[in-house]
Design a protein around this ligand. Structure first.
Ligand code: HEM
Length: 214
């Protein structure tokens, strides 16, 4: 027999599903801005070759990118703050933050398991150690995007903040690197969701997962 067990609280699901399109929009609009002046290279090639911009129709959309970025950044910030506040107040942070001394080792074991090198998995609560490490990292990255974003948004008024990143150029570089980090996270996250299967995906939609009661 199977029964349903609550896995994800409603608030967490809302924050997650609101963040998903917001983050996608922030990446997209950010790249529309980046097109206008794309200095970064993996020497000697441009980080994004021209054909990528053409393929995704990203050229000449600086104004559109800025308009989207500067509206949705506030929603991204509000949703992020509410999410972090909620996890602290509700105690959910305990499942998310890697707290044991062996968390990094366990995370590595999970990775080895996922790529098929190891059979056994370490014990886990709601999230496995690799999820804890990556979900905590993504929250720190979010804070990094907000801070570096503010630094390049108001580099004169917030000169002290820009200085923490080594100046405007440093803040811009961090902002860009974090974006590349989200793209990698996105790809791995979606692959893991597909791998974990329908039961897990559904639990992020309706809150409940099906478990065997034996
Ligand atoms: C996860 C969320 C975010 C992502 C993925 C993202 C991504 C990007 C990217 C790729 C760029 C282009 C960088 C470049 O040209 O070097 C950019 C520019 C920028 N972003 Fe963000 N960003 C995010 C959040 C924020 C936030 C929260 C703020 C402000 C609080 C912000 C403010 C800015 C500003 C001011 C620019 C520069 C615009 C200009 O050059 O005129 N961003 N963003």
């Amino acid at each position: 027999m199977q029964k349903l067990r609550l896995k994800h609280l409603a608030a967490i699901r809302w924050f997650h599903w609101i963040n998903f399109p917001l983050l996608a929009l922030m990446i997209w609009s950010g790249l529309l801005i980046y097109w206008a002046y794309d200095p970064y290279r993996i020497w000697p090639i441009h980080f994004f070759p021209k054909w990528i911009y053409s393929l995704f129709h990203m050229e000449h959309k600086l104004a559109e990118g800025m308009a989207l970025h500067f509206v949705f950044m506030w929603l991204f910030v509000i949703n992020g703050l509410l999410y972090v506040g909620y996890t602290l107040v509700s105690g959910e942070w305990r499942y998310l933050v890697p707290r044991s001394a062996g968390a990094w080792r366990d995370a590595w074991i999970v990775v080895l398991h996922d790529i098929g090198v190891r059979r056994a998995l370490p014990e886990q609560a709601k999230y496995n150690a690799a999820q804890q490490v990556s979900y905590s990292a993504i929250i720190v990255m979010g804070a990094g995007s907000v801070l570096s974003g503010l630094a390049i948004y108001k580099p004169a008024q917030l000169a002290w903040l820009a200085a923490l990143f080594g100046g405007y150029e440093g803040a811009r570089f961090v902002h860009f690197c974090l974006t590349m980090g989200y793209i990698v996270f996105f790809i791995v996250h979606i692959a893991q969701v597909i791998r974990a299967g329908w039961n897990q995906f559904r639990s992020m939609m309706i809150g409940y997962e099906a478990v065997s009661d034996r």
